[in-house]
Design a protein around this ligand. Structure first.
Ligand SMILES: [Zn+2]
Length: 350
């Protein structure tokens, strides 16, 4: 090989190598510093999230609380399935798998070219304005999913329809609509306040009984904590949430189930009655009275007095397709002491 030609090949290789190096580093330059994957900001930063939802809402016309609800639903599923789902973007918790993003028949599963992604019917879009559609970019991710779901229309039913077509899972649709309703009502993301289910000034007692055997209706383990109190002591919502179920259950008697935005189901059983006017779909706040302690259950509707009055309280976590109970005792202890602190503070200031 003549010398000049060897040199030319060398220069060419160097140029190509350098070019691909530049483009690969450019791909990691995110448009906003708040979405930098290496930032040390805590997860679930409500302020960052709200800014992102508001911006995206302005662009897509989808109300912020619906975007928040989609993102929050996916966040709870990731928390419940940490091994199966990897977090893909710094702020948003939505996960889109490569075939869905790039398009089933796309030969390049890491395609980030909006034009070819469209050609292969992928949902990936460029929401950040850098002409790239990246699965790990907050703006691109939220914009892509919002565009898909928003393409069904802007009404509440259209939203449900869009969710169904995106998730093909009625539980996901129900959860996201519930979350959206809660966020819309309170107009904020921070809904972390909790309350002990009974007024802490009332007389009650409880201990950790999770997992103990019980015998009515065949062998079942005890999935909750029994709080013993007199008939008629008020029972309060422990969280911000939506009334998912209210009515009679053979085991639980008059019982009520409330879903919070962490996708936890708070279950209150053996009530003597419900707060009148309260119905399924209603939004509740921590400390709001929902019913009264009783001894209903273990038989047909109306059965009561088969055991001493108490509130059976349970918490279930939704994993996407199944729900499982976990011990509510540590949470109850925590809510109880927070309520005590609040009470002391109120006494001092009055
Ligand atoms: Zn119980």
């Amino acid at each position: 090989m003549p010398r000049p030609f060897v040199l030319l090949v060398f220069v060419l290789i160097a140029a190509i190598g350098c070019g691909s190096f530049i483009s690969s580093t450019a791909a990691y330059n995110k448009p906003a510093s708040s979405t930098d994957g290496k930032s040390k900001k805590p997860e679930n930063n409500d302020a960052d999230r709200r800014i992102l939802y508001d911006k995206m809402s302005a662009v897509t016309g989808i109300p912020w609380y619906r975007l928040a609800a989609i993102d929050q639903y996916e966040r709870t599923i990731t928390i419940a399935n940490p091994k199966k789902r990897e977090r893909s973007a710094p702020v948003v918790s939505i996960v889109v798998e490569p075939p869905q993003w790039a398009g089933m028949l796309n030969p390049d599963m890491s395609d980030n070219n909006p034009k070819s992604i469209r050609l292969f019917n992928g949902i990936g879009r460029d929401g950040s304005g850098d002409n790239r559609a990246e699965r790990n970019n907050d703006f691109d991710l939220l914009y892509s999913v919002a565009t898909f779901i928003g393409s069904y229309g802007v009404q509440e039913e259209d939203f449900a329809n869009g969710l169904w077509n995106y998730y093909q899972n009625s539980r996901a649709v129900q959860r996201i609509r519930q979350f959206a309703k809660i966020y819309e009502r309170f107009d904020q993301l921070n809904l972390k306040d909790r309350a002990f289910p009974l007024p802490i000034q009332s007389i009650y007692s409880y201990r950790s009984t999770f997992g103990m055997g019980r015998h009515y209706g065949g062998y079942r383990i005890h999935e909750g904590t029994d709080i013993f109190a007199r008939h008629g002591v008020p029972v309060r919502s422990t969280c911000y949430g939506v009334v998912e179920i209210k009515g009679w259950n053979r085991y639980g008697g008059w019982r009520i189930g409330i879903r919070d935005t962490d996708n936890l189901y708070h279950y209150y059983a053996h009530l003597s009655g419900f707060q009148k006017d309260l119905k399924e779909g209603d939004i509740v706040s921590p400390g709001q009275v929902i019913g009264w302690v009783g001894s209903s259950g273990y038989g047909k509707p109306g059965t009561q007095g088969k055991f001493p009055p108490h509130l059976h309280f349970g918490i279930y976590r939704d994993r996407g397709l199944i729900e499982y109970a976990f011990d509510p005792y540590p949470s109850l202890k925590q809510w109880e002491s927070t309520d005590h602190r609040k009470l002391r503070k109120n006494k001092k200031s009055s």
